[in-house]
Each structure stands twice: as structure tokens, then as C-alpha cells.
Design a protein around this ligand. Structure first.
Ligand code: PGA
Length: 252
């Protein structure tokens, strides 16, 4: 089944007041592509200003703490992101799984906290180069999903899963079309096993070196319901061709 495509930009640790103009330009250009969903996930401290700059355009965060409030210096709760005007958050990005040593259990708690606060969630999974080399890519991702998918979903469109092979992030390398297709099919099976028919409706995004030059072939793969885009989401000129490629696929 063809699901409504979602193209999410992950700005990571990029974004100052001076970049609000770029957000304005992206939001304005995205209006031409109303048959797909476009969102920008910006640093937490920029969310409120971004929301004020582009009212009505979805702005997301990149992480949340699993607790509602408390003694967690430097952390941001899901309720805080929601209060700032965010509509969505990423959880479990490999840069956090790695640098912050986040476990599947913690990521599951974050996803559940975000859904409970009324945010949509993009839950990231993906294998290392070593795991792929050993032939363990699908098993690795199945293990991550097993441990980090929320127990209950508020609605199938509230959750998306992003498959992001760690070795493809920011490197310019991507898996083959066949490898992406196999992984997305395996993720779909896991979602169906976990949530039944509702698992058919959860969007599965591909992430890792998505560029204007490869977006069309990636969006043509079965069960690729959108993309999580890092570096190429920072500039309108790079991001919009990717959005346009998703839209062209949606129309075909
Ligand atoms: P990239 O990052 O597009 O720069 O490879 C993707 C991501 O980490 O979400």
C-alpha cells in the first residue's frame, strides 16, 4: 500500500537565528508539495523561534528525555518540546545511541513519552558496517526494533521508523537498492508482527546520504515511505529536489 510520504530534515547541531531565513525559505517552498508531509527537526533551543517564523509548518525536535520532569540537568522533556510548538521528535538516532550510549530500553521509554505528550515520533534504527559485513544487518535492526518500539501506538500515523545504516550517515555511501528494499521489507514484517494491520500503515523512512541525485531511486523502492535527511536538509537548494522527488513518486 502506498502511504503518504514523509520527508524529514534533521538539522543536527546546526541552526542559529541567522538560519531562520533558510527555514522560512524551505517552509515556503514546501507549500507546493501538499500531497506529502515535510518537517524540519531543529535544535531544541531553535524550535520556538522556528515555529514563530513559519506558523503552521511542522517543526520537530531531535531527542527527548523519557521523564516528564525532574532532576535531569541539561535535558528536555517531550512536554517541553510540545509546549515549544514542536509536532514531532526523532528518538534513537545512531549519533545518540553511540555518543550517549542510549539503550533500546531507554529509546522505547523516550518514544512512549513523546507519544504520550502528543508528539509524532521518528524512531531510528540501523546497523554498523561490521554488522553488515558479518551478514547481520537485518538481525541487528530486528533486535533494535524488538527493544525500542513502543508497546502501544497512539495511531499508526504518529509513529515512523527510520532505517539509517550508520555507515551511510554523512559519508556519501548508501546501501544498494536491493539492500534497502530487503531491510524495509524486513522492518515491515516486524511492524506487522508487532502491531497487526496497523503495522502496515506505519511509515518506514530511509536515511543516510540521501541527496538530490539519489532521492528518486530511493523513493521508488517498495516500502520506502519517505526519508530522514541530514546534511542535504540544511539548504533549500539541496532539500527541495528531494521533497520534489518524493512528491513525484506520490503522484505516480
Ligand atoms: P545525512 O544524515 O543525510 O547527512 O547522511 C542523515 C541522518 O543522520 O539523519
Amino acid at each position: 500500500m502506498a502511504l503518504r510520504k514523509l520527508v524529514a530534515g534533521n538539522w543536527k547541531m546546526h541552526g542559529l537565528s541567522s538560519d531562520l531565513n533558510e527555514i522560512r525559505a524551505i517552509a515556503a517552498a514546501a507549500r507546493d508539495f501538499s500531497e506529502i508531509d515535510v518537517v524540519l527537526c531543529v535544535p531544541a533551543i531553535l524550535i520556538e523561534r522556528a515555529v514563530r517564523t513559519v506558523p503552521g509548518f511542522p517543526i520537530g525536535g531531535q531527542d527527548v528525555h523519557h521523564a516528564e520532569k525532574g532532576a535531569h540537568t541539561g535535558c528536555t522533556s517531550a512536554l517541553m518540546l510540545h509546549d515549544a510548538g514542536a509536532t514531532l521528535t526523532i528518538v534513537g538516532h545512531s549519533e545518540r545511541r553511540d555518543a550517549q550510549r542510549e539503550s533500546n530500553e531507554e529509546i522505547k521509554a523516550k518514544a512512549e513519552a513523546a507519544l504520550a505528550a502528543g508528539l509524532d515520533v521518528i524512531l531510528c534504527v540501523g546497523e554498523s558496517l561490521e554488522a553488515r559485513g558479518r551478514g547481520d544487518a537485518i538481525a541487528t535492526v530486528a533486535g533494535q526494533l524488538g527493544g525500542s518500539l513502543p508497546s502501544v501506538i497512539a495511531g499508526e500515523t504518529k509513529l515512523a521508523v527510520a532505517y539509517e545504516p550508520i555507515w551511510a550517515i554523512g559519508t556519501g555511501k548508501i546501501p544498494t537498492i536491493v539492500e534497502i528494499g530487503e531491510m524495509h521489507a524486513a522492518i515491515r514484517d516486524t511492524l506487522r508482527d508487532r502491531y497487526g494491520e496497523r503495522g502496515e500503515l506505519i511509515r518506514i523512512l530511509y536515511g543516510g546520504s540521501v541527496k538530490p541525485s539519489n532521492a528518486a531511486e530511493i523513493f521508488a523502492i517498495a516500502d520506502v515511505d519517505g526519508a530522514l535527511v541530514g546534511g542535504a536538509s540544511l539548504k533549500t537548494v539541496d532539500f527541495m529536489p528531494i521533497v520534489a522527488a518524493a512528491s513525484a513518486r506520490a503522484a505516480s
